[in-house]
Design a protein around this ligand. Structure first.
Ligand code: ZN
Ligand code: ZN
Length: 298
């Protein structure tokens, strides 16, 4: 991240802080001031996440998302805009809560490194695989615990308002929910070393992946990859498929549910018979499941 901040300081922030200092007749905040770094990080992370969210979800909605899903009986009126509004409310708070992790990284407390050869070139691939496995394991448990009655209603219920999702549901959650599920991505580089560019690339990838698992387009029926079909099962039937990237931990900890064949078949999944049957299943099971998980946290 220091590469990004150095670039932004040189081309954007130095000028901004100089102007602010001139206007207020004070000395400009130096680059190593914690206040300046926190303010700059807020601006950068917020702009990045908003641009990334609306850009990626917008492209996915325009070119990939199967809009027939919007005719599903469980699709809410104006849902796409409700999802956007929900995400827009969550992102500023998530940005603020993210700043300490990045400040720690800027001040050298993380294990992010710059020299490509420092741990060998093979390690670049090993660290990427480790990052996916580590974050998948952690998010599995964060997500599964968010379904616990003590926290579900306060924290995670909002994301389950979207039973049939659009790509805009990817970041449409309570800010604490979004933050908790993002902690493993920040924590990873405090536990094992990662090259700064590998880390930045994977950070962009996980944001794209979040959109992809909500876009309703089930490209592959790979049993290992937790794709849109698996996450659709989570939104439809609630307490299955908590994983993010793989189905490994759902299989290991007995929460795996295989998506039915019609979910992969565009014409069958859009048929009224299939959609009405799904709606009936949800009506008969979901309210009691949600009530059970909400009970203690009301
Ligand atoms: Zn959930
Ligand atoms: Zn979701």
């Amino acid at each position: 991240m220091d590469v990004v901040m150095e670039y932004l300081d040189t081309y954007v922030f130095d000028g901004v802080y100089d102007k602010a200092a001139a206007l207020t007749a004070t000395a400009p905040l130096p680059r190593d001031s914690l206040l300046r770094q926190s303010l700059s990080l807020f601006v950068f992370i917020y702009a990045y996440i908003v641009a990334f969210y609306f850009g990626t979800a917008g492209l996915s909605y325009r070119f990939i998302y199967d809009k027939n899903q919007e005719k599903h009986p469980k699709f809410l009126r104006g849902q796409r805009f409700l999802e956007m509004a929900c995400a827009s409310r969550a992102l500023p708070t998530i940005t603020v809560m993210t700043i300490p992790w990045v400040l720690g990284e800027l001040h050298g407390y993380s294990l992010v490194y710059k020299d490509w050869a420092r741990y060998g070139y093979t390690y670049l691939f090993v660290s990427a695989a480790l990052f996916i496995l580590f974050t998948d394991f952690c998010i599995y448990w964060v997500h599964r615990l968010e379904h616990h009655p003590l926290v579900y209603a306060r924290c995670h219920k909002l994301h389950h308002k979207w039973i049939v999702c659009t790509p805009y549901a990817s970041h449409a959650f309570h800010p604490v929910d979004g933050y908790l599920q993002s902690i493993p991505y920040h924590l990873a580089v405090y536990i094992f070393p990662m090259h700064e560019y590998v880390y930045l690339a994977l950070f962009a990838f996980v944001n794209v992946w979040s959109v992809m698992i909500h876009d309703g387009e089930y490209v592959a029926s790979n049993p290992v990859v937790n794709g849109a079909a698996h996450h659709t099962v989570h939104h439809l039937y609630f307490n299955y498929n908590y994983g993010q990237f793989t189905t490994l931990f759902d299989r290991l900890f007995n929460s795996y549910r295989k998506p039915s064949a019609e979910i992969y078949d565009r014409s069958r999944r859009n048929s009224k018979t299939v959609q009405n049957a799904q709606a009936q299943d949800i009506d008969s099971a979901l309210p009691s499941l949600e009530a059970k998980e909400s009970k203690k946290s009301q």
